[in-house]
Design a binder for this molecule. Sequence first.
Ligand SMILES: Nc1nc2c(ncn2[C@@H]2O[C@H](COP(=O)(O)OP(=O)(O)OP(=O)(O)O)[C@@H](O)[C@H]2O)c(=O)[nH]1
Ligand SMILES: [Mg+2]
Length: 193
Amino acid sequence: MKLADVKFYKSIWLKSDEIYFDDKKEIVFVWRSNMWKSSLLNTIFQKKDLVKTSSKPWKTRLANLFLVENKYYFTDLPGYGFAKLWKELREELDWLISWYLEERKNSIKKVVMLIDSRLWPQDSDFEMYQYILDLELPVLIVLSKSDRLSKSELKKSENYAKQKFFWQEILPISSKTKLGISELEKILKNCLN
Ligand SMILES: Nc1nc2c(ncn2[C@@H]2O[C@H](COP(=O)(O)OP(=O)(O)OP(=O)(O)O)[C@@H](O)[C@H]2O)c(=O)[nH]1
Ligand SMILES: [Mg+2]
């Protein structure tokens, strides 16, 4: 599979959409804002700015679908639970995330969760994780921002995340140094086969 064979497909907001009757296999990227989700998609697609990114949190405010090889969706979701965002918008974004995951449950082959290697996971993170497990969706946890830590700090963070996320496998990544990227691509390709 060539992940570089990709185009923007469409954006979804909280309303009914034909996407929910579409059985194309899908991978979704979810977690808090500013976790490098959109940047990671550009890295695996080998594009500079197909997916919009920003140094300020809350750039992604819709479910943005990208079509790979005309066969698979890779979907960039907004970040959830950002206290500084005004309440109504925050609630709507949280609804969009949960509603999207539920509607597309049968087609989603992996939920890639990006957690910050420098911050201990918070309550909202565990709620989200539990929610995804309750939907029985397959999860891959990646530790983002790995290039900002020393080797030993990263190991510590990895071990901590393993304990907190029930000994799930944790993959440290960086869009900047490309750490973990080829491994991630392998995992994603395998789950779409
Ligand atoms: N040092 C470093 N910075 C990165 C890396 N990946 C992304 N960034 C920067 O982090 C910022 C946020 O990245 P985004 O990809 O927009 O984050 P997001 O999770 O999509 O956030 P929202 O859509 O705003 O919720 C941008 O300024 C990126 O340039 C990386 O691997 N290393
Ligand atoms: Mg984004």
